[in-house]
Write a protein that binds this ligand. Structure first.
Ligand code: TXA
Ligand code: MG
Length: 330
């Protein structure tokens, strides 16, 4: 891992409600967080090295972990991509705008800081209208990693961004709660067949409908450095994350524990066994509420978050992936 860039001096961070104000700041080289349907992103112009350095420093992000470039429309692709493989075009045609990121050959206009020296660039067109309107108003694509401090759960509410980054960035564009709550699915389309580098809000089954040969990244791909993000510590609250397959595997009681479940257990008094509980009505709601629950557990000073895992299909597969990573590093 390369050394982190030095932290910036304390910054006067503005809470912004006016899209044009956010666009002005970004156009002039500022760093501004904004809502997307997956999680909030920390935006900067894709072609401004000083602003991009500020993004890495504000997040304490290792310089070897590349950023996703966000576009307002597919017609911005030629600005950032050297060429767009057919697999990427097909996936974008099916799922953009939406929670899909495609990795394609890097265009000359993309600073190598963005791609951490890689020959490829990750590109996404967010579905959240505010995000696309912002990119249009800036008039240039925006890099945007999740707007959390590195290692913390991604922010799904503007308040989460504020908690992690106030005093370190120029502004936070206040928007609604991220509807999906999990990061985009990252697919490497620079190889054939394409490889899923990061599971995310767009389920594998959906991708396979369009690209039947698509496969999940394995140990060999990691070793080849194809998925730089997965080397780093991720998504963890301070509380210890304890994934279990079934409610029955949990301790009889834990006054310092939060419990996340998909459907309420048979025992009518089950909730009194924990300091706090969350019942999600399905995997989508689980995805939407997971990171907020992690942050709330920390805010309450709880020590453990028990997570009864959803089945390993649809978005459940990505939730299980995040829970496994959070428990490794917790
Ligand atoms: O939903 C999302 O994707 C959010 C919102 C804000 O769009 N963004 C996000 O960005 O999650 P970030 O930086 O937290 O995660 C980007 C992931 C990392 O795992 C990174 O390693 C990977 O994308 N990535 C970026 N460029 C890549 C490249 N050229 N090759 C392989 N992986 C790349
Ligand atoms: Mg992130």
């Amino acid at each position: 891992m390369e050394p982190e860039a030095p932290a910036p001096e304390p910054w006067a961070t503005r809470l912004i409600d006016d899209l044009d104000e956010a666009a002005r700041l970004l156009r002039d080289g500022g760093v501004v967080a904004f809502p997307t349907e997956t999680v909030y992103g920390l935006g900067a112009r894709f072609d401004d090295p000083a602003a991009i350095r500020h993004v890495f420093a504000a997040k304490h992000r290792p310089a070897d972990n590349p950023l996703i470039v966000h576009l307002s429309d597919v017609d911005q692709l030629p600005i950032v991509a050297r060429h767009v493989p057919t697999s990427a075009l097909e996936l974008l045609h099916a799922f953009a705008p939406g929670p899909l990121t495609v990795v394609v050959p890097r265009g000359a206009a993309v600073d190598s800081l963005v791609t951490a020296g890689h020959d490829t660039v990750a590109v996404r067109i967010p579905a959240e209208p505010t995000a696309r309107a912002l990119i249009r108003a800036v008039g240039a694509p925006l890099v945007a990693p999740s707007a959390n401090r590195s290692g913390r759960p991604s922010p799904t509410r503007w308040e989460d961004v504020w908690e992690d980054l106030a005093g370190r960035i120029d502004g936070v564009l206040r928007g609604r709660i991220s509807e999906l709550g999990l990061e985009s699915t990252v697919v490497d389309c620079s190889v054939d067949p394409p490889i899923v580098l990061r599971l995310g809000a767009l389920p594998l089954e959906e991708l396979q409908r369009v690209q039947p040969a698509i496969r999940l990244a394995g140990a060999m791909d990691l070793a080849a450095g194809r998925s730089p993000g997965l080397r780093h510590r991720h998504y963890s609250p301070r509380a210890k994350v304890i994934p279990v397959e079934a409610f029955e595997a949990l301790p009889a009681t834990d006054a310092s524990g939060m419990c996340l479940v998909l459907s309420p257990p048979a025992d009518p008094h089950w909730s009194t066994r924990f300091a706090d509980v969350r019942v999600f009505s399905g995997a989508d709601e689980y995805a939407r509420g997971l990171y907020a629950a992690f942050r709330e557990a920390d805010a309450r000073g709880l020590l453990r978050v028990y997570c009864v895992m959803p089945p390993a299909d649809g978005v459940g597969r990505a939730i299980r992936d995040r829970l496994a990573r959070a428990s490794e590093s917790g």
